[in-house]
Design a protein around this ligand. Sequence first.
Ligand code: GLP
Length: 261
Amino acid sequence: MVEVVVVPGALEAGRLVATAILGLVAQKPDAVLGLATGSTPLTIYRALATAVERGHADLSRLRGFALDEYVGLPEGHPQSYRAVIARDVVEPLTLTPDRIHVPDGLIESIRTAGAEFERAIVAAGGIDLQILGLGTDGHLAFNEPGSSLASLTRIKALTEQTRQDNARFFDSIDHVPTHAITQGLGTIRRAEHLVMLAFGEAKAREVASAIEGGVSATHPASIIQLHPHATVLVDEAAASQLENLAYYRHAWADKPDWQGL
Ligand code: GLP
């Protein structure tokens, strides 16, 4: 069953996930983390950065793979996910840059970039913990509705809704790329532990479809139901359309502390 944890807000979610990651790193200093971009996971990265600043953790051996990247942005573009991951994750967490991989979205290499990224994940021994956000249209990474449940890293056309949602990071919607390269749903399913976060009412419908609806390509995040170890952290607003809320609450409240996420 997908474990659903209802938290007061993003800060608490970030703290819980950061604790799980620090526990993983304590056991395996060169653990492989799947990195999501977007605003949702920022509290995780801030909590990890604080742990590093206070000398409670050394993340220099951690390895990482980003979920996705825009296609066709010029090298060094501040909104490319390569730049975002460097700014929001690698620098504050003092990760080692050459241990962190982002799919290559440059036009010149796009034909082979997906297969190369897949090979790199396999060579690293797979992803231990995959952080995931959720698009308002239900997309997971940039797997838009309709994505194959078995898909691997490849190029995808973005929906208009996704382009509108992400227009806030660009001068206008016309500057938002039309395509992205993204880990596939099949890639994501291979990670050892999936940790999806969603906050706010705009995500409530897709949260309910992902956790309690049928598994289908129409709701890409529903693949979490096929995973043996999937955790979803939501605030009250994002949880508001879940039917089994009372059960999730008491399952979490009664969970022994030692089990963690
Ligand atoms: C983005 C990313 C996703 C992210 C999602 C939600 O476009 N490609 O990986 O999870 O959309 O973004 P946010 O966290 O800002 O709501």
